[in-house]
Write a protein that binds this ligand. Structure first.
Ligand SMILES: Cc1cc2nc3c(=O)[nH]c(=O)nc-3n(C[C@H](O)[C@H](O)[C@H](O)COP(=O)(O)OP(=O)(O)OC[C@H]3O[C@@H](n4cnc5c(N)ncnc54)[C@H](O)[C@@H]3O)c2cc1C
Ligand code: FES
Length: 240
C-alpha cells in the first residue's frame, strides 16, 4: 500500500457523467481492490474510493461516475495533472476460490471492479451487465468474457428488464456481483437457494480507507466488519 503522487495519462468522458481515468501506478493489484483518490490542491478533504477497473503494465484504469463534489472535481482534471493515490486497498477477489464457470454480474457503475477480474479469469466467465438505459464499456467485457449479456431496464440495448432476471444461476459454480444493494440481495438469495458460491463487492461511504475510523462498518454473521479493510469483497452468505 502506498501514498503517492501519480500523473494522469488520460481522463475522458465515456458517456454522460461516466469517466475513464488512467494513471501511472506500478505495483501488484488484486482485482476488486480500490484506491483512495484526491487532487493535490486540497479542494476537498477526504479522498474518494474508486475500484481498479483494469491494469495494463504500469497503467491503472478507473471507471467512475461523476456524482458529487469529489468525483466531479476529479472529472475536470486533465492528462498531465497529478493526483494523490492511496492504495491498493481492501481484500479484492480471491481468484483461487473461483473455480469452474463463473458469472460476473454488474449493475451500472458496479461493472467497474469486474473487468480486471474477467480479464484474469478469461473465457470461463460470462459477464451480465445491467444498465438503466445507456450502456458503456460493454466492448471491454466482450474482449475477455466467454459471453457478455447486456440488459437495460427500458430495453433500449440488449434484453429488457433487470439483469438479475437473466442470470442462469444453475449454470455456474460461482457468481460475483457488484451494483446497487437490491441487486446484490437478489443475487445472494438466488445463490443461497442453489448452494452456489457468491461474492459481492460492497460500497460504503469511506473516510480513512484503512480500517481506523469504523465509518464503513457492515453487519455480518461474523460480527461487525469494515468494508475498507475486511472487504469490500464479502462472501454472500456472510452478509445479513
Ligand atoms: C470500495 C469502493 C469502491 C468504489 N468504486 C467506485 C468506482 O469504481 N466507480 C465509481 O463511480 N464509484 C465508486 N465508488 C463510489 C464512489 O466512491 C462515490 O461515488 C464517491 O465517493 C462519491 O463522492 P463525491 O464527492 O462525488 O460525492 P459526494 O458529494 O460525497 O456525494 C454525492 C452523493 O453520493 C452519495 N454517496 C457518496 N459516496 C457513496 C458511496 N460510497 N456509496 C453510496 N452513495 C454514496 C452521497 O450520499 C450523495 O448522495 C466506490 C465506493 C467504494 C466504497
Ligand atoms: S473507512 Fe475508516 S474504517 Fe473503513
Amino acid at each position: 500500500m502506498k501514498v503517492l503522487k501519480s500523473k494522469i495519462v488520460f481522463n475522458q468522458c465515456r458517456v454522460n457523467n461516466i469517466y475513464e481515468l488512467k494513471v501511472d501506478f506500478s505495483g501488484n493489484i488484486i482485482p476488486g481492490q480500490f484506491f483512495m483518490i484526491k487532487p493535490l490542491d486540497n479542494s476537498f478533504l477526504l479522498p474518494r474510493p474508486l475500484s481498479v477497473n483494469d491494469v495494463n503494465g504500469k497503467k491503472t484504469t478507473f471507471l467512475y461516475r461523476a456524482e458529487g463534489i469529489g468525483t466531479t472535481k476529479i472529472s475536470k482534471m486533465k492528462a498531465g495533472d497529478e493526483l494523490q493515490l492511496f492504495g491498493p486497498l481492501g481484500n479484492g477477489f480471491d481468484i483461487n476460490k473461483l473455480h469452474g464457470r463463473t458469472a460476473v454480474v454488474g449493475g451500472g457503475i458496479g461493472i467497474a471492479p469486474l473487468l480486471y477480474l474477467t480479464k484474469l479469469l478469461g473465457k470461463n466467465v460470462d459477464a451480465y451487465l445491467g444498465f438503466k438505459d445507456i450502456t458503456y464499456n460493454v466492448c471491454e467485457f466482450e474482449k475477455y468474457a466467454g459471453n457478455t449479456i447486456v440488459v437495460t431496464e427500458n430495453g433500449s440495448t440488449g434484453k429488457k428488464g433487470f439483469v438479475t432476471n437473466y442470470v442462469e444461476y444453475g449454470r455456474y459454480d460461482a457468481i460475483v456481483g457488484c451494483g446497487p444493494e437490491i441487486m446484490m440481495t437478489k443475487i445472494i438469495y438466488e445463490c443461497m437457494k442453489r448452494n452456489i458460491k457468491c461474492y459481492v463487492s460492497l460500497e460504503r461511504r469511506m473516510a480513512c480507507g484503512i480500517g481506523a475510523c469504523l465509518g464503513c462498518s457492515v453487519m455480518t454473521r461474523n460480527g461487525i466488519k469494515r468494508t475498507c479493510k475486511d472487504g469490500p469483497v464479502f462472501s454472500g452468505d456472510e452478509l445479513i
